[in-house]
Design a protein around this ligand. Structure first.
Ligand code: AMP
Ligand code: MG
Length: 503
């Protein structure tokens, strides 16, 4: 697909937005910047375009979208009624990174709200976003412009990583100012509830408006929640492929001293820290571990700079194929949104709820990445998460083109996955290791005899399943066959996992 990229100049020339605004209003998908993250925009009035957004992102259909408007004058038909708290909050925080959940109006199709009787509405402040909304003259849904589950996009490069050639329009206005998603507040209940944390905190809301908002998790602590208040909260978001660990400031131990203790020459490590922490660390080290990658932001440790760079850092370090990312944590109420994103990113199988299945093949560019993507697509939200690695590979090879194509035919996007050599840490972290052939299984069992009980091959999963041959170097037809074989195995594997309580 031809893709047009509009480079925004300041001050904004509104005529630059006429054609793209018209395209958006008549059904095209347009990626555009907001002050929080880049959004993947579609008209909120056109069900087909909205479905296309879900398809492109691989977003679960029960995760509703936020409707973007220029001002409160456009609420007619978008919301059915306006709760009292809205006006004073709007005065204080809009336009800006606060999203309001209100009763849904008759203009809004089911596709937007995932069938809910409420709708989320936001008024972005970013000038290019506003120029686009003004030109489109329709309400616009705009979830983050990333494939679901990947760190959110805060730069055009991130949008292109996930959607180059798959959408017709991209508006480029540089990095996003805030870098974290908006705060979502539910105004349909009393007291009003914060469903998702962003830079606007409950303290700020109270200070500016006197309204006391509660955090939904605090409300439901003792109740059994059948459906999380904000459906999006139940998905594992913002997750890079590497494991993320948070390094918190500790009394009497500087960041750099903590980092020195954490270094491990056996694994490739990525660091996300301020330049000054990094300088201090560097001055204390004689030599660096070979697999160390660093992403720093200017100056001393600073929460808003760290928030601004967080998603770019996770993506950039991931691209280097690191296994472990250490990121600087911050304390205090203002850091809640940043820490929330980092905690989501750092959810690993060590959090009791998420267990890991590790697929292993030879090069980690064809079979095992396909298995990983197929598994996560179907069962990634069931308390299990797949990762993959190779027996003889080097870090950073992209997944093979035919694998990408074969999975694209299944509506799964696996571009951006890169190879990783299997290591002992991965083997011990995973609850189950599944190789593509029995030979690979034997090889792994011999190299880690103490873990051999949890190392199986696909042929062990069910009576019908057998070794999966390497399609490397063959045509798309062979890759499709591998995909279909793996696809069939996934259901049996999931049943196997459910029956294996000991894992
Ligand atoms: P995203 O577009 O990826 O930033 O996600 C939008 C967030 O807003 C998700 O977490 C949704 O669950 C939440 N959201 C959207 N609409 C509603 C709604 N009607 N009620 C509750 N949460 C909503
Ligand atoms: Mg998102």
């Amino acid at each position: 697909m031809d893709m047009r990229i509009i480079l925004v100049e300041h001050p904004i020339d509104e005529s630059l937005f006429e054609e793209v605004g018209e395209a958006l209003a008549t059904g095209s998908i347009v990626a555009f910047p907001t002050e929080t993250v880049y959004g993947l925009g579609a008209s909120a009035l056109l069900p087909d375009s909205i479905r296309e957004i879900f398809r492109l992102k691989g977003r679960p259909a029960d995760n509703p979208l936020i409707v973007h408007l220029l001002s409160d004058k456009e609420l007619d038909g978008v919301v059915a009624s306006i709760p009292d708290a809205f006006h004073v909050l709007y005065e204080a925080f809009s336009p800006g990174p606060l999203t309001y959940v209100m009763p849904r109006g008759e203009l809004i199709p089911d596709e937007v709200t995932a069938g809910l009787e409420t709708v989320a509405v936001r008024f972005p402040s970013q000038p290019a976003a506003r120029a686009l909304l003004a030109a489109a003259k329709v309400p616009v849904v705009a979830p983050s412009a990333n494939v679901s589950g990947r760190p959110s996009p805060t730069r055009v490069r991130h949008v292109l990583d996930d959607f180059a050639g798959r959408i017709p329009w991209v508006i480029d206005d540089g990095p996003c100012e805030v870098g974290l998603e908006s705060t979502v507040i539910d105004l349909t209940c009393s007291p009003v509830r914060i469903l998702r944390l962003g830079v606007v905190t409950a303290e700020m809301i109270f200070e500016k408006t006197g309204i006391e908002a509660v955090f939904w998790k605090d409300v439901v602590q003792d109740e059994v929640v059948e459906r999380p208040a904000s459906p999006g909260m139940k998905y594992r978001h913002y997750a890079p492929r590497a494991t993320v660990r948070i390094v918190l400031p500790k009394e009497g131990l500087s960041m750099s001293d903590q980092l020195i203790e954490l270094m491990d020459p056996e694994i490739s490590i990525g660091l996300f820290f301020s330049e000054s922490s990094w300088d201090e660390f560097r001055s204390k080290m004689d030599a660096f571990p070979p697999g160390l990658y660093v992403y720093t932001y200017e100056g001393a440790s600073d929460l808003s700079k760290a928030s601004h760079h967080l998603f770019d850092a996770l993506r950039t370090l991931d691209e280097q194929g690191v296994e472990l990312i250490y990121a600087e944590g911050f304390g205090g109420e203002n850091a809640a949104a940043y820490m929330d994103r980092l905690t989501h990113a750092s959810a690993t199988n060590e959090d009791a709820e998420i267990r890991q299945v590790l697929f292993v093949c030879q090069g980690n560019t064809c079979r095992s990445p396909m298995a990983e993507a197929l598994f996560n697509d179907r069962y990634g939200d069931t308390g299990w998460r797949a990762i993959s690695a190779g027996l003889s590979t080097i870090p950073g090879w992209p997944v093979s083109e035919h694998s990408v194509e074969a999975l694209r035919e299944f509506g799964i996007d696996c571009r951006g996955m890169t190879s990783k050599p299997v290591n002992r840490r991965m083997l011990s972290q995973a609850s189950l290791v599944v190789t593509m052939t029995t030979l690979q299984r034997e090889w792994l069992r011999r190299s880690a005899p103490e873990l051999k009980d949890k190392i199986i091959s696909v042929a062990d999963i069910s009576e019908q399943s057998q070794d999966i041959a390497d399609p490397f170097g063959e045509t798309l037809i062979s890759y499709r066959q591998v995909r279909d074989e793996l696809s069939e195995i996934m259901d049996d594997l999931h049943r196997f996992l459910q029956q294996s309580d000991h894992l």
